[in-house]
Design a protein around this ligand. Sequence first.
Ligand SMILES: O=C(CO)COP(=O)(O)O
Length: 255
Amino acid sequence: MGRKFFVGGNWKCNGTVESLSKLVGVLNAGEIVSTDIVEVVVAPTFIYLPMVKDKLRKEIQVSAQNCWVKKGGAYTGEVSAEQLVDMGIPYVILGHSERRHILKESHDFVGEKCAYALSKGLKVIACIGETLDEREAGDTIKVCAQQLDAIKEAIGDNWANVVVAYEPVWAIGTGKVATPEQAEDVHLEVRKWLAENVSAEVAESTRILYGGSVTAGNCKELAKKPNVDGFLVGGASLKAEFIDIINSAQAKVEH
Ligand SMILES: O=C(CO)COP(=O)(O)O
């Protein structure tokens, strides 16, 4: 069986009860292709997760944007994997570049978070990606491999509930999307890394998403690339065009 296309909306630290209720209304009313060909997940901040989960059509799942690295307890301000499971949240995004760079989460810390979240039954959207300096230095693949190495070190061969999101930092929120060729080049290398470091089966079955300035206008061309299995969308996931991005799954199927 092929890899099911996956579209995630990372709402980041955006929204109010009013604006997110409107957005959920738009998503509920939108015509989306069958969930036979696409898996859709949106990630509001923790505080709005229950509200969004309640109001959203059941074809769209929800995800947290982060969770604590181990069992909960005296960790002020954190939310544990157990608590997400308790609230019926199936997914968590881990290792987003905003957390790696602004909050200084190390490769190892992200790896440990992935392992703990998986051990509690969460599915993980694990983000990797290079900065502009790293790309210009020719280190894109090296950096992605280091990030993947740390995840592998912590989770071993247990990749069945992992979706990898390749998000070049220079493309996030900048309007400067990677070309379909640039995305495909890295996705292919990530798949090779999985084949060499985990197994051929995991390489074949793991979805590799692209993230960074994805819009309704550029998603179809990206979706046609053989190793692009979907998207993790920031800004455009807060707008009605997210529906079009979900529906780019059709372009993938037809290609
Ligand atoms: O960071 C992203 C998704 O996780 C991408 O953000 P933008 O789509 O706003 O560039």
